[in-house]
Ligand binder design. Structure first.
Ligand code: PMV
Length: 324
């Protein structure tokens, strides 16, 4: 049997940076994101016959036998343990954007894998259970189970049963995004390693964690009130504070690339001229600009002017992960 699922990436407006448990992948604090239609992963999972001894991973057309396969095997082991199965699987996954360069590929990847694998192994999981399962693959993947604006709960339980995402209803803002895809190879420091080094060595980490709850509350209020100025202030503040925390680790973690500061300037000068736009940046050099749909084309043109920004795809809000 083959099960196929598609999931969209999401970009956090209030960032997740720091875990309370590395094994269960529990975030120290909540986060808030928007799901993006233009960045998606399609994954199929085929259960192999009894005699096959290992899982297989075909990623973007190439067989992987390294770290990515190991991560997928660990994830499938969780699904197998719940389903009471020992059968191996063939996973075929394709992204429509560059992987592992800070472009949220793990979010769409593990959300799609959670939906496809749980179905293939015969588990009927509700969206909350899928979010909890996806979180084991990647913290941000818990949010990609849902569409629109999404809130992730840090939870307090040691077993992680209260660390899941939920859609936010009643948001009065319609936003799309422009992704300024900077020329980049695979990112050097993955988010798990980056978060752990930051937690252990950054003198700013406690202050960062302290700020997140206020930002979450403020962002939800801004969404409910349709207040883009307030959301802009919170999202840019959360992003820059997260990077300040990582920059202050020892050795310091610099995710920005050559065009990143330039792109921040572009967004801020467009805003000074009256365009309702704000930015965020994940663990990589790409800037994501958020604005109401009518402004996206002009923002994309402005951000495309840098020689080291290769593409500026426009994204509308994405739907939740689904089979098919
Ligand atoms: O889901 P992870 O482990 O790749 O962590 C995501 C971390 C950030 O993208 C930097 C922030 C976020 O909330 O998505």
């Amino acid at each position: 049997m083959v099960s196929r699922a598609r999931a969209c990436a999401n970009i956090a407006l209030v960032k997740y940076w720091g875990k309370r448990d590395e094994v269960l992948n529990l975030p120290a604090k909540g986060s808030l994101s928007m799901t993006l239609d233009a960045l998606s992963t399609t994954t199929s999972v085929e259960i192999l016959s009894e005699g096959v001894a290992t899982d297989q991973l075909i990623l973007d057309g190439r067989e992987d036998s390294g770290k990515k396969l190991q991560r997928v095997v660990r994830f499938l082991d969780l699904v197998r343990a719940t389903a009471g199965s020992k059968a191996r699987a063939r996973v075929v996954s394709a992204n429509d954007f560059p992987t592992a360069a800070g472009l949220a590929s793990s979010a769409s990847a593990f959300a799609a894998l959670a939906v496809a694998a749980s179905n293939a192994y015969g588990l009927a999981l509700d969206p909350r259970a899928l979010s909890i399962l996806a979180r084991r693959g990647s913290g941000s993947a818990a949010r990609s189970i849902f569409g629109g604006f999404v809130r992730m709960h840090a939870g307090t339980r040691a077993d992680g049963t209260d660390a899941y995402a939920e859609p936010i209803s009643g948001a009065k803002l319609e936003l799309g995004a422009v992704i300024a895809v900077a020329r980049a190879t695979e990112k050097k420091i993955g988010s798990t390693e980056g978060m752990e080094r930051t937690r252990q060595t950054s003198p700013y980490h406690a202050a960062w964690l302290d700020q997140v709850d206020r930002d979450l509350e403020g962002a939800e209020e801004a969404l409910a009130a349709g207040d883009i100025e307030r959301l802009a202030e919170i999202a840019e503040g959360s992003c820059l504070a997260m990077h300040a925390d990582a920059l202050a680790a020892r050795p310091g973690i610099v995710y920005f690339g050559t065009p990143t500061l330039w792109a921040i300037e572009v967004v801020r000068s467009l805003r000074a001229q009256g365009t309702p736009v704000f930015f965020t940046i994940d663990a990589g050099p790409h800037l994501v600009a958020f604005a109401p749909p009518a402004h996206l084309e002009a923002i994309a043109r402005a951000l495309a002017a840098h020689p080291e920004i290769d593409r500026t795809p426009i994204s509308r809000v994405g739907a939740g992960a689904s089979l098919g």
